[in-house]
Design a protein around this ligand. Structure first.
Ligand code: FES
Length: 153
């Protein structure tokens, strides 16, 4: 729905009519990036990775498709570049500036700052690329979730 409201149906029609042979354009279900709609995903045959482009215009997506076809480097949009705290995100999952979420905000800000610093170190000292840093960040976030059902009062 977020992408639809951002004009994805028209974008799809325009892209379908402009891309050449060897390229398939299709609408898909939500890509989980509703806050950065319209979201697009490029899958290259025989590649294990998908490439996400968020909030891009139709003209930009045409350029991106052309770059993939010419096997040129493409700058994709990584989740790691997106902040999950108020002020950096279009969607505030903690309900504006309600005081009851202040502790959650502090925890998320501290977590994100630590992961950004860790990512910088991994890039600098281990030569990691953006995809590896993003997988590291996601893995850390998943492991840091607290199962409230396991906490006894
Ligand atoms: S509706 Fe497009 S990413 Fe969710």
């Amino acid at each position: 729905m977020a992408c639809h409201l951002a004009g994805s149906a028209e974008m799809l029609r325009e892209l379908e009519s402009s891309v050449g042979a060897g390229v398939s354009v299709a609408g898909v279900s939500c890509l989980g990036r509703c806050d950065r709609a319209p979201a697009a995903c490029v899958s290259v045959q025989d590649s294990e990775h998908e490439h996400f482009f968020l909030g891009r215009s139709t003209d930009e997506l045409k350029e991106i498709v052309g770059s993939f076809l010419r096997v040129e480097p493409v700058t994709e949009d990584h989740d790691a570049d997106w902040g999950a705290v108020a002020g950096e995100s279009l969607v505030d999952s903690h309900g504006g500036n309600l005081p009851r979420y202040s502790a959650a905000r502090l925890v998320i800000e501290a977590r994100d700052a630590s992961l950004r610093k860790a990512g910088e170190i991994l890039v600098k000292e281990s030569g990691w690329g953006p995809w590896q840093v993003e997988q590291f960040r996601l893995g850390c976030i998943r492991r840091s979730r607290v199962d409230l059902r396991s906490i006894r009062r």
